[in-house]
Design a protein around this ligand. Structure first.
Ligand code: SF4
Ligand code: SF4
Length: 171
């Protein structure tokens, strides 16, 4: 994990190439406004899974350009639940969750994602939904007076996702 360097540590060389690549992905240098106050940590549910996840530290890693620590197999990034609590709390409008989503997209660009994410992608490509439906889904909806779900227009979905798949094939 990234930490503030002490006087005996070697100087950190910021990897600006990584920061530029991320800034293009997220369309802005959001993490550049982080002043490490830690407000994003207080209400982050992912920090309760263990000691490895900390949105402030992730922003620090981004500031240092430590892509090699973040874009790895079993990255801590996947522990983020996308709850947006950090987005609400950050006084600098860094939008840590958006930074983390962009980092996850960079991982996906490199074909690195855990099995559960692969399963979600497969299900989406087959059904247009991120979770498979079952008769129990409609029974549950009926309890709340909701109509059964209608089929997803897969032809339209394919038109939307095919350009991205083709770009991936050419890479
Ligand atoms: S969106 Fe992710 S980083 Fe932000 S508070 Fe929720 S779990 Fe934590
Ligand atoms: S709340 Fe915002 S400014 Fe504070 S550490 Fe988190 S991302 Fe940085």
């Amino acid at each position: 994990m990234a930490k503030t360097p002490g006087k005996n540590d070697k100087p950190v060389r910021v990897n600006f190439d990584f920061r530029r690549e991320l800034a293009e992905k997220i369309e802005g240098n959001l993490a550049g406004f982080c002043y490490q106050c830690g407000a994003c940590v207080g209400d982050c549910p992912a920090t309760t899974y263990g000691s490895t996840f900390n949105p402030r530290e992730i922003m620090l890693q981004v500031l240092y350009g430590l892509g090699e620590e973040l874009l790895v197999e079993d990255s801590v990034l996947w522990q983020c639940t996308n709850c947006y609590n950090c987005h609400e709390r950050c006084p600098q409008e860094v939008k840590p969750v958006e930074v983390i989503i962009s980092l996850k997209n960079m991982l996906a660009d490199h074909g690195i994602y855990p099995d559960p994410v692969s399963k979600v992608i497969e299900t989406f490509e087959e059904t247009g939904r991120t979770t498979p439906l079952s008769p129990a889904t409609d029974r549950q909806r009926a309890k709340y007076g909701l109509p059964p779900l209608t089929p997803v227009p897969m032809e339209e979905i394919k038109l939307l996702i095919e350009p991205a798949s083709e770009e991936g094939d050419q890479a």
